[in-house]
Design a protein around this ligand. Structure first.
Ligand SMILES: Cc1cc2nc3c(=O)[nH]c(=O)nc-3n(C[C@H](O)[C@H](O)[C@H](O)COP(=O)(O)OP(=O)(O)OC[C@H]3O[C@@H](n4cnc5c(N)ncnc54)[C@H](O)[C@@H]3O)c2cc1C
Length: 445
């Protein structure tokens, strides 16, 4: 059913009894042309664009739980394309352009709100780095504005500009960035794909892969064997686990990251703000809750719940940036999983096994990439050639050394250790001796 003012009126006058489920809850068939493992944003978007752009509709999306139960429904909803490196900018900008027309495209209200994303800077060096990033963006025809302190004050007068440790000097603003209602993205893509004939199979966990002569021939699942000509993996935080079933060891670690929502407040934060001197970012939902988050938890895990040290770290960041936040009560918090590659950039590529494709390594930024990633992954699966926007996002870059080191700080993630006295040790080249010393001490006790 197409949503329109007329359909809304008709249903309103008839007691809202004829709305149909938004997608078919399909039973798995014996075989498909394409099986997509993972019913998150990326898997569903891939299925949608396979059907819509390439006419490939004999497709199943296999989801071990329910649609939207993963990170697509757990993130803090920020979308932007303010990247630095030529390997990344085209994909994120493709994504941004797709966000801009998405609601009309899949006829679903995803509450896309281009309210602006502002990255604050707190030192001359950071200003220069942001100026460079803004220039790189503009070279790629992505909008970017470098604001000084006066410019930021006009937008957000309540920030703590004169914090003795982290005075706010200005910020890099992308006005086209903003927020999107995350679970509506999953539902919209699921509905659009299902309408075009894709089977969305929930409660169907992939437990193994079938191969014949170096080619993938199907998947084993909790609901039986499903044959497939092509299999695409898009399981985000579970990438290393699922890839291991296919005999692959990925350059990816899974880490927990937490999100927080406060009680509903009157509108105070019109856009998205990120603190440049710590890991803290914040926006306000349409219901009024402040939505915020920070750093990853400093250990590898597949558990979708986090721990208290990061809660404290996030609250400290929030208080340094806008002390007024200290009066807001936190209503909810939860954890999700990030599939962190060592260079901070994603992978959209074929694997060494014929017919097996990989979409992974989205780190902190997979939600904003959802439309672009699905579009490029569908292109790769349908044509067996990379989409021009994803041409650098190859798996073998970690072997050949052509990494896309977006942050320019070497291998990531940099885990954090917490000492018993709650001192935070960031493992980096500079301080790994200190961390090693702490670890040795801890082992002795
Ligand atoms: C707290 C938090 C905040 C974030 N904030 C942002 C943000 O503001 N902006 C941004 O761009 N990104 C953000 N992210 C990252 C973003 O959410 C993820 O990178 C992105 O959602 C991952 O892609 P996905 O939607 O396909 O993943 P998921 O929704 O996790 O989809 C993967 C699916 O695969 C399924 N699966 C796993 N194993 C199997 C199996 N064996 N068989 C079948 N199915 C399987 C899972 O159940 C899951 O549903 C955040 C993440 C978290 C957790």
């Amino acid at each position: 059913m197409r949503y329109s003012l007329t359909s809304l009126l008709i249903n309103a006058l008839t007691g809202h009894k004829s709305w149909k489920p938004q997608w078919r809850d399909a039973e798995p068939q014996d075989g498909y042309d394409v099986v997509i493992v993972g019913g998150g944003g990326h898997g569903l978007a891939t299925a949608y664009y396979l059907a819509k752009e390439h006419g490939i509709t004999n497709v199943a999306v296999l989801e071990k739980a329910w649609i939207g139960s993963g990170n697509v429904g757990r993130n803090t909803t920020i979308v932007r394309s303010n990247y630095l490196l030529p390997g990344n900018i085209p994909l994120y900008e493709l994504s941004m352009k797709l966000w801009e027309g998405l609601e009309q495209n899949f006829n679903y209200n995803a509450m896309i709100s281009q309210r602006g994303v502002l990255n604050l800077y707190h030192s001359d060096g950071q200003r220069d780095a942001y100026a460079r990033r803004g220039n790189a963006m503009r070279i790629h025809r992505v909008d970017a504005e470098l604001l000084d302190q006066v410019g930021v004050r006009k937008l957000y007068p309540f920030l703590n500009f004169d914090n003795a440790r982290f005075p706010i000097q200005g910020g890099l603003l992308q006005r086209r960035g903003g927020t999107v209602r995350h679970d509506a993205v999953a539902w919209g893509y699921a509905r659009g794909a299902s309408d075009r004939g894709v089977d969305i199979v929930q409660n169907c966990e992939v437990t193994g892969f079938c191969f014949d002569n170096g080619r993938v021939t199907g998947v084993q699942t909790s609901r039986g064997l499903i044959r497939a000509k092509k299999v695409a993996i898009a399981v985000a935080g579970n990438s290393s686990r699922v890839a291991a079933m296919a005999g692959m060891r990925l350059p990816i670690e899974s880490h927990v990251i937490q999100a927080f929502v406060s009680e509903g407040l009157k509108p105070i934060i019109p856009g998205v703000i990120t603190f440049g001197a710590g890991h803290f970012y914040i926006s306000q939902s349409d219901k009024g809750g402040l939505v915020f988050g920070g750093d990853i938890d400093g250990y590898n895990s597949y558990a979708q719940r986090g721990n208290l040290p990061v809660v404290e770290d996030v609250c400290e960041g929030g208080m340094a940036l806008m002390p007024a936040i200290g009066r807001a009560r936190i209503l909810r918090n939860w954890g999700g999983l990030l599939d962190m590659t060592m260079d901070g950039s994603p992978i959209i590529d074929r694997t060494a096994t014929e017919g097996l494709y990989l979409n992974a390594g989205w780190c902190y930024g997979g939600f904003k990439a959802t439309p672009g990633s699905g579009f490029a992954f569908a292109h790769l699966i349908a044509r067996d050639a990379p989409h021009p926007a994803a041409v650098h996002l190859r798996l073998d870059r970690f072997r050949t050394g052509h990494v896309i080191d977006e942050k320019g700080q070497g291998a990531q993630p940099l885990p954090v250790l917490w000492t018993p006295r709650r001192r935070r040790i960031q493992l980096s080249r500079r301080c790994d001796t200190e961390a090693a010393r702490y670890r040795r001490r801890r082992c002795r006790h």
